[in-house]
Design a protein around this ligand. Structure first.
Ligand SMILES: Cc1ncc(COP(=O)(O)O)c(C=O)c1O
Length: 363
C-alpha cells in the first residue's frame, strides 16, 4: 500500500534519541532549548517556545496575546478541528468564515463577520499553502486586530520570501507524525518576535512556575520533552530538503493531472512558496470522490479527506451560536481528496498514483 503520508526516520534520529536516553534529563532541558533556538532562527523570529501539541500552541498564543472571555476571533471553517478547539480553550468565541480559491480564510468574507467584540484573526495556512496574509494584515490594521498564524500544516512555506510563523504576533506549529516536520509523536511550537509574549507562554506551559516552587499563574502542563527535541532538531536540519522533495512530487502530479477533465489540482498563491503538506485535488462531487477513493484503494493507494465536515457543521459546534452558511467551505468538504504526499514517496510510486488517477478519469 502506498500510504498517504510517512515520516522520514534516519539513523541520526535514532542516535540522537539514544544519547538523550543516557543523558538523565528528559523534560525542558538543553535539547529543547537548542530546538527552540534553531527553530526560531529557521523561521526568522527572536523566540520559539516548544509545547506539547499544536492545539496547545494555539491556546497558549491566544492566552498570551490577552484574550478575555467572550472575545471573538475570526478563523476559517475549513481547517483541522483543533484550530477551533485552541480558540475555544483560550476562552474566545471562534467566528468561522468562508474560504477563498486556495482553501484559506477569505478576507472579504472575514471582514463581514467583524463585530465590536472581534479582537483577532487566526488564518490557517491550509495544506501547506499560504493564506492571503496581505489582505488579512490590511483588515487587521483597519480594525485594530492581531493575527496569530496557524502554521500547523505549513513548516517551510513562504510569503513574500518570509517564512510563515514570522508574519503575525505569533505562529503556531504542530509536529504530529504526518507534518512537514515531525517529532515522531505529539509536539508543538509557538514562534514570535515578542519576548514578553514568549515569556508568558513559557510560564503557562509549565504550571505558571516562575521558579521551582513559585507559581505566579495558574498554568498547564503543556511541556515538551528532550527525546522529541532531539528528533525535532534532526528533522529541522532536513526540512528544506523535505520541502524541496514535496515540491518536486507536487510538480510531477501537477504536470500529469493539469488539464485532466474532472480534476482540479491545488494552486500556489502568487508570491508564496507552498510547502505541500498535502496534495489536495478536487473532483465533481462527493459521489465521484468516493468512487475515486475506492478505485485508488484497489490499486494499493491510500487517500485522505481534509476535511469532509466543515467545522461550522461539526456536532461539537451545535449550541455555540447561529450556524452560518459557508458555501465554499461546504463545497470543499464534499469534493476534496488528498493524494499520497511525503518526502520518501518515490517517483515510481508517484507515477503509479498518477496512472491510476488518470485511468479513473478515462485517460
Ligand atoms: C491546521 C491545524 N491546526 C491545528 C492542528 C493541531 O495540532 P496538534 O494535532 O499537534 O494538536 C493541526 C494538526 O492536526 C492542524 O492541521
Amino acid at each position: 500500500m502506498i500510504p498517504l503520508s510517512r515520516p522520514t526516520v534516519t539513523e541520526e534520529m535514532t542516535r540522537a534519541v539514544l544519547d538523550v536516553l543516557e543523558s538523565g534529563r528528559y523534560i525542558l532541558g538543553a535539547e529543547t532549548r537548542a530546538f527552540e533556538e534553531e527553530f526560531a532562527s529557521y523561521i526568522g523570529v527572536r523566540e520559539a517556545v516548544a509545547v506539547s501539541t499544536g492545539t496547545a500552541a494555539i491556546q497558549l498564543a491566544l492566552l498570551a496575546v490577552g484574550i478575555r472571555p467572550g472575545d471573538e476571533v475570526l478563523a476559517p471553517s475549513m481547517t483541522a478541528f483543533p484550530t477551533v478547539e485552541g480558540i475555544l480553550h483560550a476562552g474566545a468565541v471562534p467566528v468561522l468564515g468562508d474560504v477563498d480559491d486556495y482553501g484559506c480564510l477569505d478576507p472579504e468574507d472575514a471582514e463581514k463577520r467583524v463585530s465590536a467584540r472581534t479582537v483577532g484573526i487566526v488564518p490557517v495556512h491550509l495544506y501547506g499553502g499560504v493564506a492571503n496574509l496581505e489582505a488579512l494584515a490590511d483588515l487587521a490594521r483597519r480594525k485594530n486586530l492581531w493575527i496569530v498564524e496557524d502554521c500547523c500544516q505549513a513548516h517551510g512555506a513562504l510569503s513574500g520570501g518570509r517564512k510563515v510563523g514570522s508574519l503575525g504576533r505569533a505562529g503556531c506549529f504542530s509536529f504530529y507524525p504526518s507534518k512537514n516536520l515531525t517529532v515522531l509523536g505529539d509536539g508543538g511550537m509557538v514562534t514570535t518576535d515578542d519576548p514578553e509574549l514568549a515569556a508568558k507562554i513559557r510560564l503557562l506551559r509549565d504550571h505558571g512556575r516562575s521558579d521551582k516552587h513559585t507559581h505566579v499563574a495558574v498554568g498547564y502542563n503543556f511541556r515538551f520533552n528532550e527525546l522529541q527535541a532531539a528528533i525535532g532538531r534532526a528533522q529541522l536540519a532536513g526540512l528544506e530538503g523535505y520541502v524541496a522533495r514535496r515540491r518536486a512530487i507536487a510538480a510531477r502530479y501537477d504536470e500529469a493531472l493539469r488539464g485532466l477533465g474532472g480534476v482540479r489540482i491545488p494552486r500556489e498563491r502568487p508570491g508564496t512558496r507552498m510547502a505541500y503538506h498535502l496534495y489536495p485535488v478536487r473532483v465533481a462531487d462527493r459521489a465521484t470522490r468516493d468512487r475515486l477513493v475506492a478505485h485508488l484503494k484497489e490499486r494499493g493507494i491510500e487517500t485522505g479527506f481534509h476535511y469532509p465536515i466543515a467545522n461550522h457543521l461539526q456536532p461539537a459546534m451545535a449550541g455555540l451560536g447561529p450556524v452560518p452558511s459557508l458555501p465554499r467551505a461546504e463545497a470543499l468538504a464534499e469534493d476534496e481528496v488528498s493524494l499520497p504526499m511525503f518526502p520518501g514517496l518515490s517517483d515510481a510510486d508517484a507515477d503509479h498514483v498518477i496512472r491510476s488517477t488518470r485511468l479513473f478519469f478515462g485517460s
